[in-house]
Design a protein around this ligand. Structure first.
Ligand SMILES: Cc1cc2nc3c(=O)[nH]c(=O)nc-3n(C[C@H](O)[C@H](O)[C@H](O)COP(=O)(O)OP(=O)(O)OC[C@H]3O[C@@H](n4cnc5c(N)ncnc54)[C@H](O)[C@@H]3O)c2cc1C
Length: 771
């Protein structure tokens, strides 16, 4: 055994998505950072070794895709990958290599793979001095000292070795009165899983299970308990086992049990299940995971302990550093050994449990990421300071990656200021939040207030601006036709509860968001079909909403109400004179139609950015979807003005926040910033559209967001003419930061978009300029 010693400013332990983003973020802040990861690849559960698809808020909320480092990675993955990624089990090594590439090209970042941290050296002042790891296959012991440590090991091993308080198991209802907490506290956790992927061989192929595989005979175990083999190609998150085993100490036993069960499940699907035998006849298992993914183990107690109430109430935290929006997804302890897999899936994702577990987007505070018992330890990922119930939502990797970027940035700031981490959380939280926003992150209750950003004081104009007349069944956008869900490609066509038809029956109240560009709305129209032979009445209302995720059925105020009469017949545009003149420009209103089972509100064939819809799921709550319902507005709304590029928010939220050029005007189109007096500019940061609508695996191989500018120029007005400062070809990334070769003094700057990746309009969410 040889010994090696290294020193870094920031040592990130664990290279899952939380750890990876933490390491990159710290290095980008200028800290000398190191990621120590005990597997040969980055990504943890998301890696090609385990193949869990990174999910997040955009699964349930339109335009809620996580941005920042994670979106850089996922945009790159889609652009490079030749394979579609539909669900758990599909990930391939293109993803591993995208992360490897970013790690290699990030200055200040070092990493050690195949290195397992096994010891922590901590001093009497509760300061971690170093961690000690073993490098597999190289008989090397590595001691890594550092100023700041971040535990992203999932199991919280560093915090445990450092003597931090932690919890593992389930809180009782009595402790915090959380709706999802059981009456009794217990040691129960969610379990570990392996995945498989089956491949179509184009001819019948046999499968003989080994004698040691578990034998399944009971169809109700699958079909009545939320373990439906929906897609014979794989994607079964319910291949899960936890209690009575311990998810840390018995991890190897669980892996073996999972292997026995997984082969048994495949044997059932292939050889005995009447529902799937025929479909699976040509399929063979192509890959079976042997590194179990862990869902839950230690939760380290931090400066703040977040409960389900914070999430359901969408509490506004002063130290908000990330956001989440996956549902409260708590699997039944035991997994395959328990009667049901997970209450929501067992109930077909319908009913009271579904309503109760839908949440977000909500803010995540820094306090859950700072270990309370050690002075230089933070954590990100599933080991943060939350209850078991709250973990049900924050544990998904979109959210854990955002936490990672936030703690890495916080650590980097602490290093650059040479202060302890609590000085950042107590005195520099505004700077941390502004840095995160500048680096592409979205914080639901914060916006760009960077006093150094010169663009904020500019006057904006554009060569043209798109106006919104509405969308109808015949409308098309460049993004929607490319989206693919796994159930669209599954060998078995499924009757899912999800409404898949181009029309949407008014079985519940439905609402369509409308982005107002002016204060005036004279008329709205909706495209309806009455399937009965009598005139039907549909109650309609216009209500103000705070943002595109304001899911209150009753928002307290009604701007206008009417009863629409719908004669029998197909696809009629029903007009409603609303005559509203004092609406708030640059805000959203919602057009709601009440339920009437004889009436269909036609789904639109395309979406105007930021204008999607929702349905009433019960209990006073609506649920967002990622399509639009057909509507028209009079007058057309200028919802995509140039001024949006300095609104301070880089996605649709309280307004569209997007400049979009008139699609009828040919490219090139420009956006202009003008100052009263010349300013000196060294850097220009641009944020474009980039796969915000939904999660990354909905997008096809080699995907580049059609709305993202591909070829553009940054120009400055100098000596009575436009001078090119930067010319970019082949872009598909959402955030581009340009350092100019030399500083420029000018009173006018233009971003000229010459070509996009497919959309007829140029579009920009934000321009920032720095001297
Ligand atoms: C089967 C399954 C399905 C799931 N489904 C989804 C889903 O669909 N979408 C989703 O987003 N989330 C899903 N989750 C949850 C999600 O995968 C986890 O909560 C998430 O991986 C947590 O991220 P993390 O970075 O904290 O941990 P991990 O991804 O577990 O990363 C931690 C890393 O630290 C490393 N490590 C551990 N100990 C050490 C050590 N001593 N030294 C060095 N390195 C160490 C580990 O090898 C690992 O790579 C699922 C989880 C499972 C198990």
């Amino acid at each position: 055994m040889i010994q090696k010693n290294e020193h870094y400013d920031v040592v990130v332990c664990g290279g899952g998505l939380a750890g990876f983003c933490a390491g990159v973020a710290a290095a980008r802040q200028g800290a000398k950072a190191c990621i120590v990861q005990d597997r040969p690849v980055f990504g943890g559960n998301s890696s090609s070794e385990i193949r869990v698809t990174p999910h997040g808020a955009a699964a349930f909320h339109a335009y809620a895709r996580e941005t920042g480092i994670l979106s850089e990675l996922l945009i790159e993955e889609r652009a490079r990958n030749h394979e579609e990624i539909l669900e758990n089990g599909w990930t391939n090594s293109v993803w591993d290599m995208v992360m490897y590439d970013m790690a290699m090209s990030t200055p200040n970042l070092t990493f050690h793979l195949n290195t397992s941290i096994q010891q922590v050296v901590i001093d009497a002042n509760k300061h971690i001095q170093s961690v000690i790891g073993r490098i597999a296959n190289s008989e090397t012991e590595l001691t890594i000292s550092g100023s700041m440590f971040i535990d992203c090991t999932g199991d919280g091993i560093v915090a445990d070795l450092a003597g931090c308080e932690w919890r593992m198991g389930t809180e009782s209802r009595e402790e915090f009165n959380e709706p999802h907490a059981p009456l009794q506290a217990s040691q129960d956790t969610m379990g570990n899983s392996i995945h498989f992927k089956a491949k179509d061989m184009g001819r019948q192929v046999p499968f003989k299970a080994p004698d040691w595989a578990v034998k399944y005979e009971d169809a109700s175990f699958f079909y009545k308990q939320g373990r439906t083999p929906n897609d014979v190609r794989g994607g079964y998150w319910w291949l899960e086992i936890g209690v009575p085993w311990h998810t840390i100490y018995d991890s190897e036993d669980i892996r073996h049990e999972l292997t026995c069960h997984t082969l048994g499940v495949w044997d059932w699907i292939k050889n005995r299940d009447p529902e799937t035998m025929e479909l699976a006849a040509n399929y063979a298992i192509d890959w079976i995971g042997q590194v179990p993914g862990k869902r839950e183990s230690r939760r380290i107690i931090g400066d703040y302990f977040m409960t389900e109430h914070d999430i359901l109430n969408r509490k506004v935290f002063e130290d908000e550093i990330a956001f989440g929006g996956w549902f409260i997804d708590l699997h039944t302890p035991g997994g395959l050994l328990a009667p049901t897999s997970e209450p929501n899936s067992a109930a077909g994702y319908q009913g009271d449990y579904n309503v109760k577990s839908y949440c977000g987007p909500y803010g995540v505070p820094l306090g859950i990421c700072i270990a309370k018992d050690v002075n230089n330890l933070m954590m990100a990922g599933r080991n943060v300071s939350v209850t078991h119930a709250a973990l049900g939502t924050v544990r998904v990797m979109g959210t854990t990656a955002l936490m990672g970027q936030a703690v890495g940035t916080a650590a980097g700031l602490a290093v650059s200021k040479n202060v302890p981490i609590r000085t950042i959380s107590n005195h520099h939280i505004r700077e941390l939040k502004q840095t995160l926003i500048k680096d592409g992150c979205f914080l639901p209750n914060n916006r760009n207030e960077d006093e150094y950003d010169l663009a904020r004081s500019a006057r904006l104009s554009a060569s043209s601006e798109a106006v919104v007349h509405g969308v109808g069944p015949e409308s098309r956008d460049a993004e929607t036709p490319l989206l693919k869900r796994w159930w669209d490609t599954a060998p078995k066509k499924l009757e899912l509860h999800v409404v898949k038809k181009p029309e949407v029956q008014l079985l519940t109240k439905l609402g369509q968001w409308i982005a107002m560009g002016t204060s005036e709305l004279r008329q709205v129209a909706v495209c309806l079909t009455n399937t009965s032979d009598q005139v039907q009445v549909v109650r309609s209302s216009l209500v103000p909403v705070n943002d595109i995720w304001d899911y209150r059925v009753n928002t307290g105020t009604v701007l206008a109400e009417a009863e629409l009469l719908v004669a029998p017949g197909e696809a009629q545009w029903i007009e409603w004179e609303v005559q509203l003149t004092d609406l708030k420009p640059n805000s959203y209103i919602r057009l709601d139609l009440s339920s009437n089972e004889h009436v269909i509100w036609h789904r639109a064939g395309g979406i105007e950015p930021g204008q999607t819809s929702a349905w009433d799921m019960g209990n006073g709550q609506m649920r967002g979807v990622k399509y639009a319902l057909s509507y028209r507005v009079e007058p057309a709304q200028p919802s995509y003005g140039a001024v949006n590029a300095i609104s301070g928010v880089t996605r649709p939220h309280q307004s569209t926040n997007l400049w979009k050029s008139d699609p009828q005007q040919p490219l090139s189109q420009w956006l202009q910033l003008e100052w009263e007096e010349a300013v000196t500019i060294r850097e220009v940061h641009l944020t474009f559209p980039g796969q915000l609508l939904t999660e990354y695996h909905y997008y096809p191989p080699f995907y580049k967001d059609p709305q993202c500018p591909r070829v553009y120029t940054i120009q400055a007005w100098r000596e009575e003419s436009w001078e090119d400062l930067v010319h970019i070809k082949d872009n598909y990334q959402r955030q581009m930061k340009h350092s100019l070769s030399e500083e420029v003094k000018t009173a006018k700057l233009r971003i000229v978009v010459h070509a996009t990746n497919g959309d007829p309009s140029a579009a920009i969410y934000e321009v920032r300029c720095y001297s």
